[in-house]
Ligand binder design. Structure first.
Ligand code: 4AD
Ligand code: MG
Length: 456
């Protein structure tokens, strides 16, 4: 019978049929007169069995891992007591090598494996991606992006695509990548927030999935120079509505992923202990968090006027208690979330620690801002209510030393029918690190960028 061409994800209905599949040699076990090949095509894995004359050709005897092949044969259930992906086995009657991979002298597995030095793994990321773990993480990332879109749509939030090339900053001038734009200075966007705000009167609530860029000299588990930013902006809301929406979107997204058997299976493999977080999420104010840190003896390094850590006589960094006004640094934040062990909203940060556009809690120097922290990762979402009043915004530009001129379009949002509004940004790689229990966000990006790294 003519063979049915199939991807490996769709074999269940093809038992006892003659099929044709193409892929790469993922595993190879040669027992002389019988060869077991596990073929991989990106959608799944299939054990294939070559025996008799099909196993004794020159190609069969010289076959190498990562060669690309086409195999044709009859799909069967694996014999009782044996294991194979999906419980299938292909009894091959015809096959051919499409692209041979080098053997011993330049073998794939000699160049990189899970124990290789991290620099080598980074240089050879294009090969690492063929591995089971790396490819599962990226497959889950694809499900995650589509689940985010589905969640946003279910709340009537519309997707837009703001530009990456911009001439304004959002999160501070210190982390901008600057480039020459036809003879004028321009930047790679740090956040699409300002653009999202401008389209509220046009499209209503909006979101985007866009790359953001930060020239931060941070070599940490959770910083990238380029990351995928899911951002949303909502009109006519209160600060509580904003936190509710963040929680709703996250829980809906997790729910979609756990309902879909394909994504649920990947989560089960990568993060067996994962459970949907309980609702409502804990909410604590910044001032309460400072007290909590001191109660739990979590200290911070003392800093001099320039912000450098102060050392004692023995050269040790001096650790001191937190006080209101201090930034809660990454280390303290991580200890806090790990002790609490579940998602927690920190809200009401001091204005001087936060960006120029944030709305103040009336009559105070604190802002209507929130970070959502997750165990093992820390901050995955940053959001706030925005200054809705034009005069107040002009004062905020001044305080921050921002020239209002290039922001004329952002200011106009307040001039022509302002509204109370707010929004947030979620780091997709950080969310994925939480969901899939990855040590670093570098594993959650296709080709991660960090200081000094822009290849492959
Ligand atoms: O807290 P951030 O800087 O907030 C903003 O950019 C707002 N303008 C977003 C908004 O309100 N629309 O960034 C938001 C999130 C962080 O919580 C974090 O998850 C992620 O973006 N993020 C990073 N992820 C990886 N590497 C970096 N260098 C990141 N910087 C921020
Ligand atoms: Mg933040």
């Amino acid at each position: 019978p003519k063979a049915i061409k199939s991807k490996l994800a769709h074999l269940t209905e093809l038992r006892s049929k003659r099929i044709r599949v193409s892929g790469w040699v993922h595993r190879l076990r040669d027992q002389k007169d019988i060869i077991f090949l596990v073929v991989r095509d990106g959608t799944g894995y299939l054990q294939t069995v070559l025996s008799g004359t099909v196993a004794s050709t020159y190609d069969a005897l010289t076959l190498t891992l990562e060669s690309s092949v086409e195999v044709v044969g009859t799909l069967q259930a694996v014999p009782e007591g044996k294991q194979a992906p999906g419980g299938h086995e292909l009894i091959v009657d015809y096959w051919r090598v499409l692209g041979a991979a080098p053997g011993a002298e330049d073998a794939f597995t000699n160049r990189v494996n899970e124990k290789s030095d991290p620099h080598i793994q980074a240089d050879l990321r294009h090969l690492v991606l063929r591995g089971e773990t790396a490819s599962s993480v990226l497959r889950l990332r694809a499900y995650l992006l589509s689940a985010f879109r589905e969640s946003m749509t279910s709340y009537d939030i519309l997707e837009v695509t703001p530009p990456c090339l911009v001439q304004t900053q959002v999160e501070g001038g210190a982390t901008l990548f600057t480039l020459d734009y036809y003879g004028q200075p321009a930047f790679l966007t740090q956040s699409s927030q300002l653009y999202l705000e401008t389209v509220l009167p046009s499209l209503g609530d909006v979101f985007c999935v866009q790359e953001s860029f930060r020239a931060e000299n941070s070599h940490t588990r959770r910083h990238l120079s380029e990351f995928t930013h899911l951002e949303a902006e909502l009109a006519f809301i209160t600060f509580d509505d904003l936190m509710d929406n963040i929680e709703n979107i996250i829980c809906k997204t997790v729910d979609i992923l756990l309902t879909n058997p394909s994504s649920a299976a990947i989560i089960k493999t990568l993060n067996p202990k994962f459970e949907a977080p309980a609702r409502p999420f804990m909410r604590i104010s910044y001032v309460e968090a400072i007290a909590w840190l001191n109660e739990h003896k979590i200290k911070r390094p003392e800093e001099d006027a320039e912000g450098n850590p102060v050392k004692d006589e023995s050269g040790q960094i001096k650790m001191v208690e937190h006080k209101v006004g201090d930034d809660i640094a990454e280390a303290a934040e991580r200890q806090m979330t790990d002790i609490i062990g579940k998602p927690v909203f920190l809200h009401g940060f001091p204005a001087e620690l936060k960006s120029f556009y944030m709305k103040k809690i009336p009559g105070t120097s604190f802002t209507e801002s929130c970070d959502l922290l997750m165990p093992n990762v820390g901050e995955i979402v940053g959001g706030s209510m925005r200054i809705a009043d034009m005069t107040e915004l002009l004062v905020a530009y001044k305080r921050e030393g921002i020239d209002p001129e290039p922001y004329y379009w952002f200011t106009d949002q307040r001039k022509y029918g302002t509204c109370e509004h707010g929004g947030y940004g979620l780091g997709v790689e950080r969310f994925l690190a939480w969901l899939a229990d990855r040590y670093t966000v570098r594993e959650c990006s296709l080709y991660p960028r960090w200081p000094g790294r822009a290849t492959p």
